[in-house]
Write a protein that binds this ligand. Structure first.
Ligand code: BMA
Length: 301
């Protein structure tokens, strides 16, 4: 379904203007005609921050910020062990909302920062958690409220790692959460845990949701990517969920790395009806794969 770009991997730690261990799991957004990727960069102490890379064609000629773009704030306990896995949503009013994982001593949680330019950030602090991550904000209020997909971990007896939806009137206070898409069980590719990838995309058939699914194996988890469709006016209504994954680790740069067998998409950009999916490969590099939007929707409708 997806075609890998021949220039993959687009970016690795060697491309960064400062020393780092790895870059992966990029958020993606268009700013003034340029593609901006907000990558998770793991430094050489093991802690992650987010750094922006800018490109005209979204493939090459990257201009990478000379220092971390969103570094963990030492004054914020929720970012003590780093910030990870951003998703960027362009809100209806033009602002960019960055949802990201804050790695607190109490566990990972969901943080929000607003920005106009990916230079200055208005941090709103934790909005959900812990333990909660993989948050993807809808671009506009649905039914009068802001909505967000996220993945709490519930337990401890029967641990569930399902995809939830929560709501907010002001982007600050979040609640009214409910499970939306369960991790399947047994043999399924998305049986162990799932989590939202890029922000939901409004299509003629409803909200297109991309998510990673993990299958636990004796050799570790396999991270793959699949789709679901939510009702346009009431996203708690699941219209369709694909049976099969649409992207799985097959290339060397997805099979081999710090964490093997991982594709982890956090951003997509639609240009001329083609979805450009940006993802991390094996927790070590930044990659791109493309597919016609109509072909993706055809798997669900
Ligand atoms: C998840 C996150 C991702 C990572 C994935 C595979 O829990 O930490 O950043 O890509 O695991 O290691």
């Amino acid at each position: 379904m997806f075609t890998r770009h021949p220039a993959n991997p687009l970016l690795t730690a060697a491309d960064l203007p400062y020393p780092a261990s790895s870059c992966f799991n990029p958020a993606a957004v268009e700013v003034a005609g340029e593609v901006v990727l907000l990558m998770r960069v793991e430094d050489r102490a093991g802690r992650s921050h987010l750094t922006a890379a800018w490109s005209r064609d979204g493939v090459g000629g990257w201009r990478i910020d000379p220092a971390p773009t969103l570094a963990p704030d030492p004054a914020r306990p929720e970012e003590r062990w780093g910030v990870e896995d951003g998703r960027i949503t362009r809100l209806v009013d033009g602002r960019l909302a960055v949802t990201y994982t804050g790695y607190a001593a109490a566990g990972p949680l969901v943080c929000l920062a607003l920005t106009d330019d990916l230079v200055r950030f208005d941090r709103r602090g934790p909005i959900l958690g812990p333990e909660d991550k993989d948050a993807a904000l809808f671009p506009a209020p649905v039914g009068g409220r802001w909505a967000c997909l996220h993945r709490p971990v519930l337990g401890p007896e029967y641990v569930r790692r399902d995809l939830w939806i929560s709501y907010s009137d002001d982007l600050r206070h979040w609640g009214d959460g409910r499970p939306l898409l369960p991790a399947r069980r047994g043999c399924w590719w998305d049986a162990d845990k799932i989590g939202a990838g890029p922000p939901p995309l409004l299509t003629e058939h409803g909200w297109l949701v991309g998510y990673h699914g993990v299958k636990a194996t004796i050799a570790g988890g396999i991270y793959r990517f699949g789709l679901a469709l939510l009702d346009r006016d009431d996203p708690t209504r699941l219209l369709a969920r694909g049976h099969e994954w649409l992207l799985a680790p097959e290339a060397d740069y997805e099979r081999v790395g710090d964490v093997p067998n991982v594709v982890f998409p956090c951003g997509w950009i639609v240009r001329d009806g083609v979805v450009h999916l940006y993802y991390g490969g094996a927790d070590s590099c930044v990659c791109l794969a493309t597919a016609p939007l109509a072909d993706l929707l055809a798997t669900l409708t």
